[in-house]
Ligand binder design. Structure first.
Ligand SMILES: [Ca+2]
Length: 408
């Protein structure tokens, strides 16, 4: 009986193994087919977006417009090319065309980002009209000014107009009314990122305040989309951006909008609320080196040694309670790389190592934020003279002391 049962078990194992092998082969073949199909489509669209950006960087606006239109034709339901095209029109003060593209884009994609940009530009258009009519009611326009065109009826509508031609030759650039002030506005956009997952965070609120005071009233606000992206139109200058979301620590970020640009990307990393005694440490850096690693080393009062990094992502005490874990290991630049110490009954050191051993840690723009319950994060920027290992802080029974020195 035992023999035949053993045989059956072996047989089952062999059958399962064969089935698994066939599945693996099918999966590999399937993924190759899918990858090759994807490539044939992706290369065209992505490459066009890249070429349009290159043309834009060189100031070749008409070329960029044509390439964006081709990209839209290729993927009518993707928002990027509509947004790019609208930006070109905005940069060249062709507001009517920008509105037309955004309305068309919204109809085909339903994208929130397009909807935001549309709302912003429509508001600017209305403000400009109001300013122009006020000016018109007062003094007559100066002799050297162009007469202001009346906007089309279509532009007054809130509902997008139907059946615009997909391909149209752009009209010549036109001057902007004095009320528009287009060149001084910047679209701030980006993603609010959850430090523990690296994913975009939906329904987070961003409030922009004057850089002079965090207590000042909000000048503008935005809310993140399902994928964590946001967009807001601001005057050039410096701001405090306060990010809030239920279950997350509210945080203020300083943003300086560069001169002579129309858009700027800023991503904000936020962290979920901490339990009692928890300490969370978030590492972020620039694009290079590609892989910095957070390390926590030390020992508990009970004598159990603790070591957490990308190889050992969790550490437990003798009773099996989680002491610390690495929530997120980032390997492709910028972070966040996030580590949480759940039970700080012991003595620890947190340090950062360059996995690539490039020797350029000091040039990495690395920044560590240490979150302790009930206070603003402790921010530590990488100092000069660090090559591959940077000691950031020690934590003794929950008390953080910044070390900020070379370790190698
Ligand atoms: Ca890493």
């Amino acid at each position: 009986m035992e023999g035949s049962s053993e045989d059956r078990r072996r047989k089952t194992v062999v059958t399962v193994a064969m089935a698994a092998l066939i599945l693996v082969v099918l999966a590999i073949v399937g993924s190759l087919v899918i990858t090759s199909c994807d490539l044939s489509v992706d290369v065209g669209y992505e490459e066009r977006l890249r070429q349009a950006q290159v043309a834009l960087d060189k100031g070749e606006y008409e070329t960029a417009i044509l390439i964006y239109e081709q990209a839209i034709e290729e993927r009518i339901a993707e928002p990027e090319a509509y947004l790019g095209l609208a930006r070109v029109y905005r940069m060249t003060a062709r507001i009517e065309q920008a509105l037309e593209v955004l309305r068309r884009g919204f109809r085909y994609t339903g994208s929130d980002r397009i909807s935001w940009m549309l709302a912003e530009i429509e508001q600017m258009w209305k403000d400009a009209q109001a300013a122009d009519s006020k000016r018109g009611a007062g003094a007559p326009p100066a002799a050297d000014e162009e007469p202001q065109e009346e906007p089309d009826e279509e532009l007054q509508e809130d509902i997008p107009s139907l059946t615009p031609p997909l391909l149209r030759m752009p009209s010549a650039p036109r001057s902007v009314g004095p009320g528009m002030m287009l060149e001084s506005k910047v679209t701030l956009y980006g993603t609010v990122v959850d430090a523990a997952t690296g994913e975009g965070l939906a329904s987070a609120t961003l409030d922009m305040r004057s850089a002079s005071s965090l207590a000042s009233s909000s000048l503008a606000s935005a809310e993140t989309d399902r994928d964590g992206t946001y967009s807001v139109l601001l005057e050039q200058g410096e701001y405090w951006v306060t990010v809030t979301k239920d279950g997350y620590l509210q945080e203020d970020f300083r943003v300086a909008l560069a001169d002579s640009i129309v858009e700027q990307q800023e991503d904000f990393v936020v962290t979920s609320e901490l339990a009692v005694d928890e300490i969370r440490i978030v590492l972020a850096w620039g694009p290079s080196p590609s892989d910095l690693d957070a390390h926590l080393t030390g020992s508990l009062d009970s004598g159990t040694s603790v070591g957490v990094d990308f190889r050992n992502k969790e550490a437990y005490d003798a009773e099996g309670n989680l002491v610390a874990d690495l929530d997120l290991d980032d390997t492709n630049g910028e972070g966040p790389e996030t580590l949480t110490l759940h039970d700080p009954v012991g003595s620890f050191e947190y340090y950062v190592q360059d996995y690539t051993f490039s020797g350029t840690m000091s040039d990495s723009h690395a920044q560590v934020k240490i979150y302790v319950r009930g206070g603003a994060p402790i921010v530590v920027n990488v100092p000069e003279g660090i090559h591959n290992e940077w000691s950031v802080c020690r934590i003794e029974h929950g008390r953080v002391s910044v070390t900020n020195t070379a370790r190698d």
